[in-house]
Design a protein around this ligand. Structure first.
Ligand code: FAD
Length: 434
């Protein structure tokens, strides 16, 4: 056996890469995973979705994640920046929601757990190895990668899985990446100690605070630390002077719902910025090549779907590869079906993201009417329902129709983003009696 020939090579050891490698190793395949960083390393993307749980179960990760002491997430909250309205989705109350809780994670710890699991299951997972290029031939794919000392090595495999995230190794080589024409956002974020949390289960929720054209997330990532981030238009950031610390501080101070929660908080580490995170590659597959997670595409962190999409697509990719190896073929048809499913799921999410940035969507979300179980359909999507059945689909379509209606003929009162109206918060819990 050629020691440098594998059933599959995986580029990247984030959630998408580790998950793909784990499923392949579980099926007894020879898999090489090359990760350019040494773990643990910081990564943004800390709020998980309940539908992640099935994958954790498959990979035997639930006890390890529990032992890591991550905060439990059982719901998500949306607040108007001025404090006038808020709504909470509790996953266990959603009639279409099939998984009811997950964890919020510090990615340095979480990604390391996943990578170690891939290794335990039999993957040859190497840290400090940077993939430089790939080429595909009839009978396999080859990659060139630099080891931690900078020496370049060649490896070959029957299949290549690109899970390099925004590194986008194969998409860049083939010039496939397209940035979203309208969503030109920038995010400033950091970890804070001493952020005020709600009591009980609510304290584990992801909290979204929405201003007119910007929003904050608050995510408890450990018993002490809370991730706090601001998402803002790049243009507005530039117009405001482009200084992340000053802009972040100014917006925290002028957003009552954030200001009161961070009154006694202190930054742990440093503030970071990232931008241009909404993009997709024109193809998610190539000859014997599959792109998973952010290496396929990503759009906006609002619904905390990135990690789940990465792991879900990693699972699908591993299935396509395992079946193709079994059939001793290049799997062209399977790869096309993989691409179609991933494309469908990404578009499904992206549609909801597009609506999120319209104000009528927020007005309906923050003033839910429990008709026809519409909030339950939204609840399912917030939990990670990527490929819902008709019962959720028609409700979402109806909900989007109401959003359009709201912009012309208000069916719920218009909401002001303006000055604070503290002390008058109207809170909704999104659940119908059932
Ligand atoms: C501001 C912001 C907030 C977010 N918040 C959330 C959230 O709350 N919840 C959520 O689910 N998602 C969130 N996301 C999205 C989330 O970060 C990603 O979707 C997720 O990390 C994708 O996982 P992945 O495995 O595809 O890629 P990654 O996690 O990025 O992993 C890719 C890995 O590939 C490695 N790599 C890159 N290039 C190479 C190379 N040449 N050779 C070898 N290795 C390489 C990298 O070092 C990295 O470890 C957020 C994103 C942004 C921008």
């Amino acid at each position: 056996m050629n020691p440098d020939f594998f059933d599959a090579i995986v580029i990247g050891g984030g959630p998408g890469g580790s998950c793909t490698a784990s499923y392949l190793a579980l099926a007894g395949k020879r898999v090489l995973l090359l990760e350019k960083e040494f773990f643990p390393r910081f990564h943004i993307g800390e709020s998980l979705l309940p539908y992640n749980t099935a994958i954790f179960r498959d990979l035997g990760l639930l006890p390890v994640l529990k032992a890591a002491g991550f905060p439990r997430k059982t719901g998500a909250q949306f607040h108007l920046a001025n404090g006038a309205q808020s709504t909470q989705f509790i996953f266990s109350r959603g009639v279409f929601t099939r998984e009811h809780e997950t964890v919020q994670v510090e990615r340095a710890v979480f990604d390391h757990i996943l990578l170690k699991r891939a290794r335990e299951l039999g993957a040859d997972a190497r840290e400090g190895w940077t993939v430089q290029s790939f080429e595909s031939g009839n009978d396999g794919v080859g990659v060139k990668a630099a080891d931690p000392d900078g020496k370049v090595h060649s490896f070959r495999a029957a299949f290549l899985i690109d899970a390099s995230g925004r590194g986008n190794v194969t998409g860049n080589q083939e010039n496939l990446r397209e940035f979203h024409p309208r969503h030109k956002k920038l995010s400033v974020f950091g970890h804070f100690a001493g952020v005020q949390r709600d009591p009980g289960d609510r304290g584990g929720d992801t909290v979204i605070v929405r201003a007119e054209n910007k929003w904050f997330w608050l995510i408890p990532v450990s018993p002490e630390k809370t991730s706090l981030g601001l998402v803002i238009d790049k243009d507005e950031f530039a117009k405001a002077g482009g200084d992340p610390e000053k802009i972040f501080q100014r917006w925290c101070d002028s957003t009552p719902m954030v200001k009161e929660r961070v009154a006694n908080a202190r930054l742990v580490g440093k503030l970071q910025t990232t931008s241009d995170f909404s993009y997709f590659n024109k193809r998610y597959v190539g000859h014997r090549l599959l792109r998973v997670g952010d290496a396929a595409g990503f759009m906006d962190p609002i619904f905390s779907a990135g990690v789940f999409l990465a792991m879900w697509s990693g699972k699908l990719a591993s299935e396509a590869v395992i079946e193709s190896l079994g059939a001793n073929s290049d799997g062209a048809g399977r790869l096309r079906r993989y691409e179609k499913r991933v494309d469908g799921a990404l578009r499904f999410y992206w549609r909801m993201v597009e609506y999120y940035y319209t104000w009528p969507f927020m007005e309906l979300l923050l003033q839910p009417r429990p008709h026809h179980h519409l909030p339950d359909a939204v609840n399912a999507v917030l939990a990670g329902e990527l490929e819902p059945g008709w019962s959720v689909r028609w409700r979402l379509r109806y909900f989007y129709f109401l959003v359009k209606l709201q912009s012309r003929f208000p069916i719920v009162p218009h909401l002001p983003f303006g000055p604070a109206r503290r002390g008058k918060t109207e809170t909704h819990e999104c659940a119908e009696s059932h």
